[in-house]
Write a new protein. Sequence first.
Length: 190
Amino acid sequence: KPQIAIFTGKRVVGLDPHSGKELWEFVWKTSYDVNAADPIFMGNRFFISSGYGTGAAVAQVRNGNVKRLWRNKVMRSHFNNCVFWQGYLYGLSGESGTRAKLVCVDPATGDVKWQHRGIGFGSILIADDKLIILNESGNLFIADPNPEEYKELHQDRPVSGKCWTTPTVANSCLYIRNAKGKLTCFDLNP
């Protein structure tokens, strides 16, 4: 049955798309009511992650009931989404004032498969079977989405300045905008 899921400052709520009727809720409180990353649905399970010491969880929705399957602090998404690819979650985890790390998590168990330091805060997306990570300083990392190890394929700095906007991919081009509004196109297939 189609549903709309909304992550608010205090909960994830499932709504009927036609009537707006609330179908279920999962309470998730975060300091300052900041739940910036969207939930990731995997069938009838969903993954959520928040910063400010909150952590992550996977819950299952069945017949309007929600059951938490696990919760831990291995992934703390401060302001951007994680990605789900071929059975694993990849995301930048960290708290304000600390360096973030790239983490691969098994959503079935919540176990960390690996973590890689040195990227910092930023955005992550998946395109052409590759992880594309842009950190807040404009450094671009392209990596193999492999749950066994972090394998960097390319690193570049196509733009300078603060980069908190998630890049967009279209026609093998990565569009990056910094905080000053400068838009840069980076060819993913040079």
